[in-house]
Design a protein around this ligand. Sequence first.
Ligand code: URP
Ligand code: ZN
Ligand code: ZN
Length: 465
Amino acid sequence: MAYDTIITGGEVITADGRKKADVAIKGEKIAAVKKGLASAEKNGATIVDAKGKYVIPGGLDVHVHLELPFCGTVSSDDFNTGTRAAARGGVTTVIDFAIPYGEDSLEDAYRKWREKADPKTCVDYCFHMAITKWDKHGPEMAKLVEMGCPTFKEFMIYESEGWQSDDRAIFSALEKCKELGAMLLMHAESSRVLDELIARHHTPELMKKHGAVLHGITRPNYIEAEAIQRAVKWAEVTGGRLYIVHMSTADGADIIRDAQSRGVDVYAETCAQYLVLDDSLFAGPDGHLFACCPQIKKKSDQQRLWKGLKRGEVCVVSTDTCSFTREQKAMWNGDWTKIPMGMPGLETLLPIVYTHGVLKEKITLRQFVEKCCTNPAKLMGLYPQKGTIEKGSDADIVIIDPKKKLKVDHETMETNTDWSPYQDWKLAGFAEKTFSRGRMIVDDYKFCGENGWGKWLPRKKAGKL
Ligand code: URP
Ligand code: ZN
Ligand code: ZN
């Protein structure tokens, strides 16, 4: 067979293991993975030399918010800059959250999000559908599954955004997910107690004294733990599949492990920031920049989350990318409740997990691929089209030089922010080359793709591990 491209001499890393092999691409697909392809079957194919490099599946960031109206502004990375950043970081699939506003139906939200994404997106993409009004959106779920969206999201907080779901909505959505082969993603934080803690601290004296540190003070671990515990109970009694998003606490990881051992159909992701940042940052001069939701926690939480990744109760690393510029973050003006919550992350997801996980021996190389590529593809119903390097899979492939470190600098990044949570950090694991469906979109660490190249990915069902 005449191939278009052969990646030769690298070490292919998948969730199943590592092997020396060449990878041949024909059109948009992987056509062969075996030794000696480049010498036996060159036939005019472009040869890409990956000697001494890792060849991994393109990453999936299944938790991003691009161009999101939120906290009185709009997140600064849109579907263009956000997915250029994704490509440069080795992420070839993103899943955003389509959120209905006002009286929007789920279908309205879906169409509005497609209008934002379709012309601009540089890597493949799809959406989770946010349920914000159970009585209106619940009856639409079957239709959205038919339209290719079998993953739904509910938020336990954000009453003022109009996004909040109560226990009735959570219980009922889990029942519906079971019926439809869908999965419910949950932002788990205990709303009423959180509101109470915020109200108690929302005084001029305490704000002057503590500034952005109030984020940590008003979000103790039990705010997340109680909410996860409750959601897990509703999953247990309904049999609906549950996925806890952006889990930030050790307590959460303990609850998930316990539930999984009882056979509850529950999964948990954490985000790169919860693995490497801690709440001492809030006390710094730029502390407010690090406000996200849930807030970053303690070093002991980081350690427990890494352990959960190693053992398996934490099965995905994503970013919850929701970027804001310094000017947007300055809206806080000393009041921590007014900081637009979120951080950039897409461009640094794989480098953070590789550098701080694999190189520091917290997880193996195989687990790195499992958590950033294969598990998210499986759970979100995209496997084996995405998340692996196999004959027949999409040719979404990333070449990483295991030793090459780059210094993070927001000035030279694709991400549309004028700061980075990881400014000046030296990270390995950036994509030297990224292929999206066979096309090279990053070469020599620079984006060389095209707006609108990304394809919408319809999905049939949510998956399991
Ligand atoms: O701070 C964050 N994560 N902003 C986005 C909204 C959310 O809760 O995921
Ligand atoms: Zn959330
Ligand atoms: Zn989020």
